[in-house]
Write a protein that binds this ligand. Structure first.
Ligand code: DON
Length: 304
């Protein structure tokens, strides 16, 4: 398969469609990016990279970081994690509060905000310096790249995080949160504000395409069984109330972020990061989703 050629022709076809969406503005700082950016990078299991467009432009990875923190926590807690978080699609927006109440403080899955807050809480209980632990983890997983959080984006989110604070307090009332809410918000907004480009992002998730083995650290990040489960969760829950549509149209394991990034994985083959900041009404990047739909269709390969 000539990945470079397919990527370029699909990219050009999508660019011509002039698809539009809306920049995320509930975190005001995110609305300041250039809405026309569009980039992609695919990394195959050998570590060869194929990129096009604005693939070297760093962007806010937002919810995609929930898959990094889940990996860190899962490698230590294994099945114990599922006592605190469920593994079902939520069928609701990522910041939904009501479902948490009528399901007694157990989030539907680790990718909606409530589930990610529990994961971050578990991570804080494991590491004395959780932000530094996340930083070092991602550094290793990208082959030594020093990625950092955008302070302005983090502060912008902290100023308007009332809904996430409400979720955290509700979790605490159900005894499913062990750390201080404000300290939790600090770590959560830190990992959401991390900035990476498509190449770094695709590299950091290559282990999911490689049965849990990271070629950059030469380390088994998760065993094959746990890796399978993260991929399954990304397929079923990675796009919130649009997860069914993503499986239907794209057919890869994936995770989106309101910064405009998407990571997608074909286990055994490749990871691919796509970036386009304008979002649809479900909070997922319009051009990036269309790109992945056409790519899997043109290549004739997906999970199915
Ligand atoms: O907690 C939030 O609302 C953001 N930091 C992350 C949300 C997000 O990226 C949802 N993904 N599409």
């Amino acid at each position: 398969m000539n990945y470079q050629q397919v990527i370029e022709s699909v990219f050009e076809a999508v660019a011509k469609e002039n698809l539009r969406g809306k920049l995320a503005d509930y975190i005001p700082e995110l609305a300041r990016v250039n809405h026309e950016l569009f980039g992609v990078c695919l990394v195959d299991r050998q570590g060869n990279t194929y990129q096009y467009g604005d693939s070297q432009t760093a962007f806010s990875i937002q919810s995609i970081s929930k898959a990094h923190t889940l990996t860190m926590v899962y490698s230590d807690l294994a099945a114990d994690l599922w006592k605190r978080v469920n593994v079902e699609p939520s069928g609701n927006p990522f910041n939904n509060l009501a479902q948490l109440e009528y399901e007694n403080g157990i989030p539907r899955n680790p990718f909606i905000n409530s589930g990610a807050l529990v994961t971050t809480d578990a991570l804080m209980s494991m590491h004395a310096e959780p932000k530094e632990a996340i930083h070092q983890f991602i550094k290793g997983m990208t082959g030594g790249e020093d990625v950092s959080a955008n302070k302005a984006v983090q502060e912008s989110e902290l100023e308007c995080a009332d809904r996430n604070r409400a979720v955290a307090h509700l979790l605490k009332s159900y005894n499913n949160l062990h750390n201080d809410v404000e300290e939790l918000m600090e770590v959560y907004t830190y990992h959401c504000a991390l900035e990476m480009n498509c190449e770094q992002l695709a590299k950091s998730f290559l282990y999911l395409a490689n049965h849990g083995h990271c070629i950059y650290t030469n380390r088994q990040v998760l065993d094959r069984g746990l890796t399978k489960r993260i991929n399954a969760l990304m397929l079923t829950c990675g796009f919130y109330d649009e997860a069914g549509e993503f499986a239907f149209k794209v057919g890869l394991a994936g995770k989106s972020g309101v910064g405009g990034g998407v990571i997608a994985v074909l286990p055994g083959e490749f990871s691919i990061a796509v970036y386009s900041p304008e979002l649809n009404e479900k909070g997922n990047p319009v051009k990036a989703l269309r790109f992945l739909e056409l790519l899997t269709t043109d290549m004739g390969i997906s999970l199915f």
